[in-house]
Design a protein around this ligand. Structure first.
Ligand code: FES
Ligand code: FES
Length: 950
């Protein structure tokens, strides 16, 4: 290896370093000298998290070869732009205007924005968006709008039109921060590049840490006949090649499918593939070596003897007659959940004035996060197998991995690293299992595993694809008479939380409407796609894909405007939901009343701006989501009074960027208002299972509600202990002197305020509160190409009171962006084509509208902490269907299979011009719907009791 000495001017100082001119990128060199504010995500020039300014130009340093960087080049990284004690206006604006969620993209964006403002101190919003598009600055969290806001506000300071104070948060005079824009506690480290994410922690692990590289088969379905590691083990620096044979336990991830109708128990997934490959991203071996480069080189030398099997690349293939079992002994369609409400819909629909039917499909949606999977594992000072990664469920490795790993004492500790988002995918304990298995196979040697973007994309789960057939009818006045649907989730290779998913379609299809008669079935099945996993609006986005489309179709058939049709059918007090229980609240018409003038304006705008070449249209959809994980949901937090009068809050409210830190802060401050604390007196200790009580997963909109109620409970206990007879409060010293504990556990549980779904009828009331949202999309369809552009999105929502404006609106902007992608471009198929952001259909700033309008219309919530229920899942529930409905409104064509890519829209328009409609045939989902429902009615099962229904 021929190395080169190089001098670079880094952030104003000349520095000498040694590099490999053939292999090193500029990013490699900068990170090696400690400038880890230069992040690495895609490493292929698609995400911009590695952006730096090189001789005045913004470049992506991951694709800039060091050999192309001349000596003494001037380079500015985030570390040279500002520091925690001397912030640049862009950094301050990022903090104040919601530019930081997970923050993984923040350094790259701020550097890029600095490059823009250096050239153009007074850009328009469009110029800012276009700059970010051209420079491939990608953010999956914020929906771009807050980033543009931040640039515009910072630019004012840089032009001398505003001061730093103007763009810095100030608490209101009464000190109350609940319901304000108080910044996230983690934001400062993120905007200065000092926050260490997994790959930064890797660089700072102690000597002796081994680097792991995975071996993935690149086949979707195969028998493993042999693995030859001999050549790999002879490669330089290799310590061991780990296979399933090195795992001392059962080698299974044991996340049960707790459902009496399930034919799968949830124990089918290996930690390292042993007998079969079930999907493209399975791991069949892991190389441990002294460096990552050596581990990767050796991984290429592992020889696999695989016998390829027929791969069922969709649920439809897997349940087609003659298909064989993917997991031996378990039918490919393994779970059915029925729903019966009112009369038999065959009779009802036969007598209805208008009936429509359709078959719908939505693709497997990739999460498209910026930070790929990174995991560390080691043995800690208490003998625990300690796992660090971006998990959003610290609990899951604790309860699912010990038997598989062969740890009879179950000594596992989990710590969440600062996380470059996940939107649900990191709920899976799979990468935890992998790293833990490796450290155990290496006699406790510390290990670190960084997956490439392509490896991560193949390894992680996705939003499950779905197929459905539906019929809906109404009377001549537009009142819905009956709804019938057969709905299948394509859950891919593994069962991960399948029972939870099955409940979603039969709870949320038709949610918000008064539907008297329903017959429905939700099915879940295997295929050889990657496994289905959590994703914001888990399971519901698919349900609304069907139900909010068929509602529009029925409105059209009945000749009623889709707004009015919805308004006629929205549930009013006294009406029941499809599970035959009253809704918890009836905010539906209130939200629509607020939307009505916006809808009328949008329709008028569409009409005025439509041309023969570019047709404009407006679409609506109603959505919402459950809050909490269902009947057995439970959360604990702890509050401690410190010697100096400050408070420490301990919890495992995992922060994926959504704001577990700021949520904890505002809830704690509000719960302890009578102490008159400055909010900066509250300290947070979070997301380490050895230090914090179990607050539960950051899913199902549950964290704010569950942790909030537990916080109120802990605060009451602490305040009662501190309160003296005269109404004043004991100090820490006084508490200690009197022998009064200074730390209190707060608990909240949903068991007594919910009713689990009956597995024989679907009747039940499983979650205590909900959130609601109605979406409006304005689109423009280019007739020549079929390309759809969303020009505006509006959302009126009810999540109760708002605890943190920044966190709530941040979720909303981000969720709407994901919904636009789901509607128009995002897709994942398990093969090497879908390995990157761009190939999966990621949309950059120019493709997302700047015109996004949000409005909160809160209604009271009885059991919610300070009236707030949490938000994020509902925000991504149905916006995509508003886009699909808007395409129909604009171009007169309905797209039944998502995403609505230009080719599909164009083909539909061409067919329409010939008087035809492109409509899928009715799907065969494993059996006839009513035969399946009759079978269930004749063979009732006992409920197994409440399960977590995330
Ligand atoms: Fe460099 Fe993505 S563009 S890491
Ligand atoms: Fe931009 Fe998370 S804040 S990717």
């Amino acid at each position: 290896m021929a190395l080169r000495k190089i001098w670079l001017n880094l952030n104003g100082a000349d520095r000498m370093m040694v590099c490999d001119p053939e292999k090193d990128t500029l990013a490699d060199v900068l990170r090696r000298v400690g400038l880890t504010g230069v992040k690495l995500g895609c490493k292929t020039g698609q995400c911009g998290v590695c952006s730096v300014i090189l001789e005045g130009e913004v470049v992506r340093s991951c694709i800039k070869k060091i050999k192309d960087v001349p000596d003494f080049s001037k380079i500015v990284t985030i570390e040279g732009i500002g520091t925690p004690t001397n912030l640049h206006p862009l950094q301050q604006a990022w903090i104040t205007y919601g530019g930081v969620q997970c923050g993984f993209c923040s350094p790259g964006f701020i550097v890029s924005a600095k490059g823009l403002l250096d050239q153009n101190p007074n850009p328009t919003r469009e110029e800012v968006r276009h700059w970010f598009t051209v420079h491939r600055n990608a953010c999956r969290c914020t929906g771009w709008k807050p980033l543009v806001d931040a640039v515009m506000e910072a630019a004012k300071v840089m032009r001398g039109e505003a001061t730093m104070e103007d763009i810095t948060f100030k608490a209101p005079p009464d000190g109350r921060i609940y319901g304000t824009n108080v910044p996230r506690p983690a934001a400062l480290a993120k905007v200065t590049g000092l926050c260490d994410y997994g790959d930064d922690i890797k660089l700072k692990m102690p000597p002796g840490t081994l680097h792991l590289a995975i071996v993935q088969p690149g086949l979707n379905h195969a028998v493993i006949k042999g693995i030859d590691c001999s050549e790999a083990e002879k490669m330089p620096g290799v310590v061991k090649v780990i296979t399933s044979k090195d795992i001392k336990g059962t080698n299974r991830i044991m996340l049960p499918v707790a459902h009496p109708r399930s034919k799968a128990d949830g124990f089918e997934r290996p930690i390292i593939a042993d007998t079969k490959v079930f999907r493209y991203g399975d791991v069949v071996a892991v190389v441990a070596a002294e460096t990552e480069e050596r581990a990767r080189a050796a991984a290429k030398k592992v020889k696999l003897d695989l016998e390829e099997l027929p791969a069922y690349m969709s649920y439809l293939d897997a349940v087609a007659p003659g298909a064989t079992e993917i997991h031996e002994g378990i039918p490919n369609e393994y779970l059915r959940m029925p729903l019966f409400k009112g009369e038999d819909t065959r009779d009802v629909l036969a007598e209805s004035d208008y009936v429509v039917e359709g078959s719908f499909y939505s693709t497997s949606q990739p999460h498209l996060i910026m930070e790929p999977d990174v995991t560390q594992a080691y043995i800690d000072e208490d003998g625990n197998v300690c796992i660090h990664n971006k998990t959003l469920a610290l609990l899951f490795p604790l309860i699912t991995l010990a038997p598989g790993l062969g740890l009879p004492d179950g000594k596992i500790r989990v710590i969440e690293n600062p996380t470059g988002a996940s939107f649900g995918s990191s709920i899976s304990p799979a990468s935890s299992a992998l790293a833990a298995a490796c450290t155990l196979a290496l006699d406790g040697a510390p290990v670190t595993l960084t997956m490439s973007y392509a490896e991560h994309n193949a390894f992680s789960g996705k939003r499950a694809a779905h197929y459905s057939n539906a019929r809906m009818g109404c009377d001549k006045n537009g009142k819905i008479t009956g709804f019938e649907f057969d709905f299948a989730y394509d859950h891919g290779a593994y069962t991960e939380m399948a029972a939870i998913l099955a409940s979603k379609a039969i709870r949320f299809a038709g949610f918000s409407y008064n539907i008297p008669n329903v017959r429905a079935l939700a099915r879940v099945g295997f295929s050889n796609q990657t496994f289905g996993t959590a994703y914001r609006s888990y399971g519901n986005s698919q349900a609304y894909t069907m139900s909010e489309a068929i509602v529009d179709m029925l409105a059209e058939k009945a000749g009623i405007d889709p707004f009015e049709f919805r308004y006629i059918n929205l549930a009013r007090p006294g009406d029941t939901n499809i599970n035959s229980y009253p809704f918890k609240e009836y905010p539906f018409t209130t939200l629509m009343d607020r939307l009505r003038p916006l809808y009328e304006e949008a329709k008028a705008r569409a009409e005025a701006q439509s041309t023969p070449e570019k047709k404009r249209g407006v679409g609506l959809a109603f959505g919402g989501y459950n809050v909490t994980g269902g009947p057995a949901d439970h959360a604990e937090v702890a509050l401690e009074l410190n010697e100096d009068g400050t408070i420490t809050h301990y919890n495992t409210w995992e922060d994926q960027g959504q704001g577990g830190d700021v949520g904890t802060l505002v809830l704690t401050h509000e719960s302890l208002r009578e102490l008159n604390l400055d909010y900066r007196q509250i300290k947070l200790v979070q997301n380490d299972t050895a230090q914090c009580p179990q607050t539960g997963p950051a899913g199902a909109n549950r964290s704010h509600y569950m942790a909030g109620n537990a916080t109120i409970n802990a605060a009451k206990k602490l305040l009662n202990a501190m309160r003296k007879d005269d109404g004043t409060y004991r100090t820490h010293a006084e508490m200690v002197a009197e022998g009064i504990p200074t730390k209190y556990l707060g608990v909240f549980d949903t068991t007594d305020i919910t009713v689990d779904l009956d597995p024989n009828t679907g009747v039940g009331d499983p979650t205590p509160v909900y959130n609601y949202a109605v979406f409006l999309a304005e689109v423009e369809v280019e007739v020549a190409t079929g390309k759809t552009k969303v020009v505006a999105m509006k959302m009126i929502y009810d999540i109760g009171a708002i605890g943190s404006i920044q966190a709530v609106e941040g979720q909303a902007y981000g969720a709407l962006t994901h919904s636009i992608g789901f509607a128009l471009s995002e897709k994942y198929i398990d093969n090497n084509k879908y390995s990157s952001l761009v190939r999966c259909g990621f949309l950059y700033a120019d493709d997302i509208p700047d015109d996004i309008y949000l409005e909160s219309v809160p209604s009271p919530r009885k059991t919610a902490p300070f009236g707030s229920v949490g938000c994020c899942e509902g925000f991504q529930s149905a916006g995509h269907v508003a886009v699909i409905n808007a395409i129909n409104n604009a171009a007169g064509v309905r797209i039944y299979d998502l995403p609505a890519t230009p080719d599909k829209v164009k083909a539909a328009m061409e067919a329409k011009a010939q008087g035809k409609e492109l409509k899928p045939e009715k799907y065969f989902l494993g059996s006839d719907l009513f035969e399946a429902l009759d079978d269930i009615a004749e063979n009732p099962v006992e409920s197994t009791g409440p399960d977590m229904a995330l």
